[in-house]
Each structure stands twice: as C-alpha cells, then as structure tokens.
Design a protein around this ligand. Structure first.
Ligand code: PEP
Ligand code: MG
Length: 544
C-alpha cells in the first residue's frame, strides 16, 4: 500500500509509463506495417488494449485506493485476463496473451526501461535484462538478436535464446548507453562479442565467418541418420532439450532420439498462467505425437528463481535458494496434481518419462511420490485412462542430491544431471549474474567430482543417467562426459549435430584415460588443458 501523499505521484508515474507504451506501440506499428501485416495487426491489438479508457481509469482508481502503480496495473489486467480465461471461445482465451504483453510493456516502462528497439522488425534488442516471457515475444517478432547488460549464459532467458537460435550476448556493461537506437551492430553469440558501428573490413570478415558457419552447419546435415557412436563404437543416446511440440519436430528432423528434457515451465510462460489439466494434456500430447514413439522426458514445473514465478506467495530476497522446483510443487500440491494427471494421460500415446527438479532430500522425493501415487490412483476411478508404468527420475542439480546420488539411484528409474544448477549451487555463483560469470563454470573440478559420483551411483544401481545441462553441448566437455561414463546427452536441437560430430571424433578409451587425470585436477584451468590436449590428438587422428 502507498500512503495518501504518494497517490498523485504514483498516478503521474502510471500516466508517463502508459504514454511511453502507447507511443512505442505506435512507432512499432509504423515500422511493421510495410514489412509484415501479421505483426502490425498483433501490435495494433496491443495498442487497442493499452488505449482502452475503461482500463486506464480503473487503474487510476486502484492507485487512488492505495495500490502502487505496478500493483494497480497487474491487478486490473488480472481481472480482464480472468474474464477471458473463462470464455468458451478459444480465440478469446488466446487473447489473454495480448493482455500479458501489454502489462509487460507498461511494467517495463514503469521500471524506466525503454524497449522501443524491441518492437521493430529486423532489429537487435538491446536491454538491461530480459525475461523468459520477453524472449518468447522476441521470437514471435522475428528479432535478429539480443544484447543485455545483466544476466548469465545459463539463465533461463538465455537458454531460451539458444533454443530459438537467436544470437545473444549477455552481460555487456552499459550496453543501452553505448549502443544507440538505429546503430548497426554485429552480435556474435559464439564468442560473446558485440561490435558497434563496424567498419567495412570488420563487416566483411563477419559476413565471411557467418558464411563459413553456415557451410559447416550444412555439412553436419549428413550426420542426421548416422549413429551417435564414438570412433571405437561406444553408442550414445542423443536427446533434445525442448520447450514445445514445434521444438520436438525440429529435434526429430535433426535425428534426436526423443527429448531428454521438456522444460514444462515454458508452457506456463506461454500461457501466462497454470493451464487446466485438459489444456496441459493437449500440450503434452502434441509433443508426444511429434516424438513419433521416441522417449519424451517431461520435467515437473521448475517454477521459481529466474523462471515463471506466478504462485510464489511473496517477494524472495534469494529466489534461487527459495521456493523453487520440487519445493514449490510440494507447497502447491494442487498444481502438481494437475500436471501429474495431464502427463500420465499423455503417456498413453507414447514413451513418456517424468522427472523432478531441484531435489535436495529423500523426504522431498517421497512426498512427491505420495502425491503422484495418490493422483494416478484416483484417475481410473474418475474414468480417465492412464498408463501406470511411467518411469520417474530425479534431476541431480544440487550438491546435496549429488552427494546422495546412491540413495536416489536406488529409489528412482533414472537420473538426469542438471549442470547449470549443479554449478550454480556448488560454486555459490548465481547463474544469472554477469558479475560472477567468470566464476561460473561446470568444468570446475568440484562440479566434475559431483558428476562423477552421480554417474558411479547410477551405474551401481543399474539405471540410466544423462546430462541435460548446458555442459552437455559445451564444445570442450564432450570427451569429459564420455570419459566419465555418460552415455546419454540432451541438448538444444540446434546443437545436436555438432555434438554428434564431436562424439564421432572421440575415442571412449582415450576419454576414460584422460578423465582419470581430470579427476586428479585441482583447478579448472588444468581440466581444460587436459581436455584440449585430448581434442587436438582426436583432430590429428582424422576421425570424422
Ligand atoms: C540445469 O539446471 O542444468 C537444467 C537442465 O535445468 P534448468 O536449466 O532448466 O534449470
Ligand atoms: Mg536446473
């Protein structure tokens, strides 16, 4: 609540933010009209919502009753969204997303962030930071690339950029001041470089490099049907990390053997709410259908931290250490039950696995199992067809889970190592914070030791273990993971063929020998240097 003497100031803030938003939308419509009628019409519907006087007046009334500008905007739009959710007409329900975008724009303007560049076609977005929601929006707007001041390469927004194959460079200090509106820029997502106002020579050299990359990528297409086997015939399973049925289709097209990780919270970002079991079932079934009989590993909602946060009861000072993943699901069993129902229904149509995020104790696993069992027992009683043998696994992404990997391995059907969080929590390094980006490295010997422990535990228990964190696709890590005994990797579909190429160059026995040295390393630099030596000898051997 704000005090009465803050009311006028708060109303002024709202009016200013509202004006910025509508002005940005008008400008964006102006530039979109000549390029894409579809985008222009989407933007026009945003402008109509943003300019609705009934909504604007209601927001001002809310502020007069003591709400802050932000709370008034969110609460007023929530009323309209709730009304649309309950509509019978699917088209009307889909309009909820338009409302979501307008809220985001006004909130961004309230935070004094100028997002005008984001709304143009053929442009690069330069912003302070970017949320997963905004990243989805940019994908729809056919944005060319993204540069942010704040963030980490394994932040959820950045992972989405990679999934969308959107060039992104994160953590460029003062980018919004150093890059002007309309400046020509090069965004090199491979090296994390941004060149502002490049001269002709630089431009030509980047164009040549881009052409080379494109030739290289085309040449990798010959590997689509080739097995992901090392040069000494150790066969690996190569799966995809996906967010939607469309991703699953791409993953199949590049030869991935199903999905090792479906980040179901991305569905929440897309809906802007928790969809009903029927809606979730339709979403999951679509993915299962696209998988064409291959494995689909749905991860339970990993809500919290830098991901979707709806339902977290209040602001958290340390959200990464807060009510996240399994903790949230146990706090909101109603949400968890609905997801379990939908996943088990979808499992009727294919090979589905289910895994639990952010596990740090056996008690959590047992509590989750109780909810799962209760839910799946109740479904046949309600006449709902399900399959009972959906394998259940846990993500190993906290040091506690890795240290207890043996215990978990004895209790579940598979393990999946989330190296993004495992590195974050082991190294006490926020994965979304560019100030500590140089400390964040999943090749740190302590993280490598925890991965090794997890693999040993899975092997002892005789269950599959995979790596689905970003380390799985890291160019320097393939030999390490093979040498550690990992035989299942899951990466963004865009990385799959390059990874397969590296797997096919590796010799699993040489990898195992190198890993014996890696496990004795005490510094990250030493880990890299051993693996680099091994890679150079692979290249020397001329394997393909
Ligand atoms: C991980 O933590 O490595 C992981 C795969 O999960 P996410 O990146 O979605 O947190
Ligand atoms: Mg994780």
């Amino acid at each position: 609540m704000i005090s009465p003497d803050e009311v006028e100031h708060e109303i002024e803030r709202f009016h200013a933010a509202h004006q910025v938003t509508t002005e940005e939308l008008r400008q964006a419509i102006g530039s979109a009209t000549s390029e894409s009628a579809t985008v222009a019409s989407i933007l026009e519907s945003y402008l109509m919502i943003a300019s609705d006087p009934v909504i604007t007046q209601a927001i001002v009334q809310r502020i007069r009753r003591g709400a802050s500008a932000e709370a008034a905007v969110v609460d007023e739009f929530d009323v309209h969204k709730t009304f649309l959710y309950s509509a019978k007409d699917q088209l009307l329900r889909e309009r909820v997303q338009d409302f979501e975008h307008v809220v985001e724009r006004i909130l961004a303007a309230l935070r004094n962030r100028t997002l005008s560049h984001e709304l143009r076609l053929d442009s690069v977005v330069v912003a302070g930071s970017i949320t997963p929601h905004e990243m989805l929006f940019f994908k729809r707007m056919a944005t060319l690339g993204v540069v942010t001041e704040i963030g980490g390469v394994t932040s959820h927004a950045c992972i989405l950029a990679r999934d969308f194959e959107l060039p992104a460079v994160i953590g460029i200090r003062n980018a919004t001041e150093r890059i002007g509106d309309g400046d020509e820029i090069i965004v090199d997502g491979y090296t994390g470089t941004v060149v502002v106002r490049p001269d002709d020579a630089t431009l030509q050299s980047y164009q040549a490099r881009a052409a080379e990359r494109s030739v290289e990528r085309t040449s990798r297409l010959t590997l689509i049907d080739a097995p992901a086997a090392t040069s000494d015939d150790e066969v690996l399973v190569l799966r995809a990390n996906i967010d939607s049925a469309a991703d699953m289709k791409v993953a199949r097209a590049v030869g991935c053997d199903g999905a090792g990780l479906v980040r179901t919270e991305t569905m929440l970002v897309a809906f802007g709410r928790y969809p009903s079991p029927d809606e979730q079932y339709a979403w999951y079934k679509n993915i299962v259908d696209q998988a064409e009989g291959s494995v689909v590993t749905f991860r339970a909602f990993d809500v919290g931290s830098d991901k979707y946060r709806e339902g977290i009861p209040h602001h958290e000072e340390n959200p990464a250490l807060g009510l996240r993943g399994i903790r949230f699901l146990l706090y909101r069993p109603d949400i968890f039950e609905q997801q379990v129902e939908a996943v088990w229904r979808a499992a009727v149509h294919g090979q589905v696995r289910f895994m639990l995020p952010m596990i740090s104790s056996v008690e959590e696993l047992e509590a989750a199992r109780r909810i799962i069992n209760r839910t799946i027992t109740s479904l046949p009683e309600r006449g709902i067809e399900i399959v009972s043998n959906v394998p259940i696994g846990v993500m190993i992404e906290t040091p506690a889970a890795a240290l207890l990997a043996q215990t978990f391995a004895e209790r579940v059907d598979f393990l999946s190592i989330g190296t993004n969080d495992l590195a974050q929590y082991t190294l006490a390094t926020d994965r979304t914070n560019e100030l500590v980006a140089d400390i964040f490295d999943a090749m740190h010997p302590a993280v490598v030791q925890l991965i090794a422990m997890t693999v040993r535990a899975a092997h002892t228990a005789g269950i599959p273990v995979s790596v689905c964190g970003e380390l799985a696709g890291h160019a320097a890590a393939t030999e390490l993971l093979i040498g550690l005994g990992i035989r299942e990797l899951s990466v963004a579909p865009s990385l799959a063929l390059e990874l397969k190429h590296r797997i096919r160059q590796a010799d699993s026995r040489a990898c195992a020998r190198a890993v014996a040295d890696v496990l004795a390393c005490t510094s990250t630099t030493d880990v890299y240097s051993i693996l680099q030596q091994l890679q150079s000898s692979n290249h020397g051997s001329g394997a393909s």
